[in-house]
Design a protein around this ligand. Structure first.
Ligand code: NDP
Length: 389
């Protein structure tokens, strides 16, 4: 295992940001390889960078292919920003080659829209036995929101009782309908049942059945947010944990019609002798999220609203980041959703490669020391603000 070498897998919207941001920190990421299913996408990103990186073609569903590539490049860490379907194969390849692992989204089987950590937590002993570290969910949500919560618990609360993670995208790309990250993964998530944690058990809701209006800071103003299930809610120990995301009426109307006519189904149908999953076909029609960069204007605001107790007194606290779509595009040619995911992936990788985070086994972000990560957020483009309410 060579020091300072990182292999990034996945040359999509998020992968592009991860590569740009790693390239900005040559003292940590001395050598970078970007590999993906389509090598030309890697080469296009490589051509935008101020320094030289290596690129390669790989099918990340194929463990022997991954193992061969990892052995050839000999990295210290693999950053997985392909799709959640590839999490387990990439973890298997890391185990076989003795390399640390980091991702931004938990494993999902292709044929069931079910996302949870159980499959990856099952790798705990294997990573421990090999003396390797796997860090799960180092994006914004999951990712930074877990670190925000760990920071709040470490510095401001004795106990946290209620957590609301609120994700607002107040950006506008001017297109009739587009998703901000991979359309297939995004629509699977949004059309799933909602779920939140309360008094020791899960409470289930119909998809997007619950909403609230939240008044966001920094000129964004009031927006309607919908309750959804999100994997970071599995990091429990709280009386109540919920996840909310804003959607425009236009977005929801399109989704309702698409769902109503069966276009969001993930089970294959037979069309002219060929098996096609309608959602995969829809993905092929929708704009590539990476193409939204030059079009999107406005800001995102993602943060945690926390209630708990310090020194016997009840406290309410809000910690958040504001990110401007156009500023992100100026810096790395991507919109803010890819940016807010790619920057934390780079910082998580930096934590492992500089030894700030170490350990053997599989870790969620809130289990690790929040302080060095919080410091790097301010330096690398995602400054945070905290307020007592
Ligand atoms: P994209 O669809 O834009 O990019 C995915 C990339 O992975 C594509 O380049 C694709 O290649 C490549 N890929 C897919 N399958 C394979 C394979 N079998 N082998 C090799 N490469 C493959 O997705 P995004 O960049 O928007 O999202 C990336 C990840 O980030 C997803 O897992 C997503 O869930 C996660 N995410 C996490 C967030 C967070 O805050 N935690 C927020 C947003 C996203 P090709 O182009 O050739 O198909």
């Amino acid at each position: 295992m060579a020091k300072g070498k990182v292999l990034i897998i996945g040359a999509g919207g998020v992968g592009s940001v991860v590569v740009h941001k790693c390239a900005q920190v040559p003292e940590v990421f001395k050598e970078i390889m970007l590999a993906s299913r389509t090598k030309s996408k890697c080469d296009k990103i490589a051509a935008e960078l101020p320094r030289k990186i290596e690129t390669a073609q790989v099918d990340a569903d194929n463990v022997p292919e991954l193992v061969a590539l990892i052995k050839k490049f000999d990295p210290e860490l693999v950053i997985n920003v392909a799709l959640p379907y590839q999490d387990l194969t990439i973890m298997d390849a890391c185990l076989e080659t003795g390399v640390h692992y980091l991702d931004t989204a938990n494993y999902e089987p292709k044929d069931v829209a079910k996302f949870e950590y159980s499959w990856q937590w099952a790798y705990q002993d294997k990573f421990k036995e090999k003396g390797l570290m796997a860090v799960l969910g180092s994006g914004f949500d999951p990712g930074v929101t877990n670190v925000f919560t760990a920071h709040a618990l470490k510095h401001h609360f004795d106990e946290i009782h209620e957590l609301d993670i609120i994700d607002c995208n107040a950006g506008d790309h001017g297109l009739p309908f587009a998703t901000n990250f991979n359309p297939e993964i995004n629509i699977r998530e949004i059309t799933s049942k909602g779920r939140y944690w309360e008094r020791g058990e899960w409470v289930e809701t119909d998809p997007l059945a619950w909403s609230m209006t939240y008044d966001f800071p920094d000129g964004i103003g009031p927006k309607k947010c919908y309750l959804m299930y999100h994997e970071e809610l599995e990091s429990k120990g709280l009386k109540r944990a919920r996840f909310w995301m804003t959607f425009s009426d236009n977005y929801l109307n399109h989704l309702k019609v698409l769902g109503g006519i069966g276009m969001t189904r993930i089970d294959p149908i037979n069309y002219k002798g060929q098996e096609i999953a309608p959602l995969e076909f829809l993905k092929a029609l929708l704009p590539d999220p990476a193409s939204l960069g030059p079009l999107t204007k406005g800001k995102t605001c993602i943060g945690c609203l926390i209630k708990g107790i310090k020194d016997g007194v009840e406290k309410k606290y809000y910690i958040y980041n504001i990110c401007d779509h156009q500023e992100c595009y100026k810096e790395v040619k991507s919109q803010a959703i890819s940016y807010t995911t790619g920057v934390p992936a780079m910082i998580g990788a930096m934590m492992i490669m500089t030894g700030k985070w170490s350990g053997e086994g599989v870790f969620n972000m809130e289990q690790l020391n929040p302080d060095p990560f919080m410091e790097k957020l301010n330096i690398h483009g995602l400054p945070w603000v905290e307020k007592f309410l």
